[in-house]
Design a protein around this ligand. Structure first.
Ligand code: BG6
Ligand code: MG
Length: 222
């Protein structure tokens, strides 16, 4: 098959915002007096804002009414926005820009597929607001990863069939969403955690178009 498009998750793949999410959730957990470990934090990656809050409340064995849940989720988001508002293009993860430019020069369309409602702000802060052919984010979708909605939306916006698309993801829920969409998936991070992906790379500085085409071929997508 000929690869026609690539979809990138944003948080943890293109930019290191995963640490800002983590800082803001930790601050909220401390306020609620809930102990929140590194492993717990892994469970929040790729998961929507409300679902992340529910995971933290579950860890703390705490139940809150709808109104308070919304209040705490927006408190976390206010803190998160404080952190990301100070972001600069220096926080683009190594290799991202070079790889995306290589794909575009080869005529491969590129899109963002992120659960985050803060996607437009982040892209603007790091100077990537005009780089992508399509941006599918948390403002456009209603079903969180591992549901394939965000990636299928991006595919539709690009006008490309899912089987001709490769997704780059750092979260287990995101890898599952890509596979559920019928796309090839490259995990970005640790192969121990992202073992369900077709292939795993430590970061976008470890891939180029030639290597990607090889992965596509080996995955039996041809
Ligand atoms: C994902 C992150 O990209 O977006 C999650 O991996 C986050 O950690 C989710 O909860 C929603 O983000 P936001 O910015 O809309 O709260
Ligand atoms: Mg991510």
């Amino acid at each position: 098959m000929k690869l026609k498009g690539c979809i990138f998750d944003l948080d943890g793949v293109i930019v290191d915002t995963a640490r800002y999410h983590s800082l803001a959730w930790k601050r909220l957990a401390d306020q609620l007096k809930i102990h929140f470990s590194e492993e717990d934090n892994e469970r929040l990656k790729g998961v929507s804002r409300m679902d992340s809050l529910d995971i933290i409340l579950e860890i703390g064995n705490m139940r809150l009414n709808e109104e308070l849940r919304k209040e705490y989720a927006s408190l976390k988001n206010r803190w998160y926005i404080e952190y990301i508002s100070r972001m600069t293009p220096d926080e683009i993860l190594p290799g991202s820009l070079e790889f995306i430019k290589e794909l575009k020069e080869a005529g491969i369309k590129v899109a963002i597929g992120s659960a985050s409602k803060n996607t437009p702000l982040i892209l603007e802060r790091v100077g990537m607001e005009n780089l992508f052919d399509a941006v599918a984010d948390g403002n456009r979708i209603s079903k969180a990863k591992p549901d394939p909605e965000v990636f299928l939306t991006a595919a539709k916006m690009l006008g490309i069939e899912p089987v001709r698309i490769a997704v780059f993801e750092d979260a287990v829920a995101g890898v599952r969403a890509a596979l559920n969409a019928g796309m090839i998936c490259i995990g970005v991070g640790s192969s121990g955690i992202l073992s369900e992906a077709h292939s795993v790379i430590p970061g976008l500085n470890k891939i180029n178009l030639k290597k990607l085409e090889k992965i596509v071929k080996l995955s039996g997508y041809e």
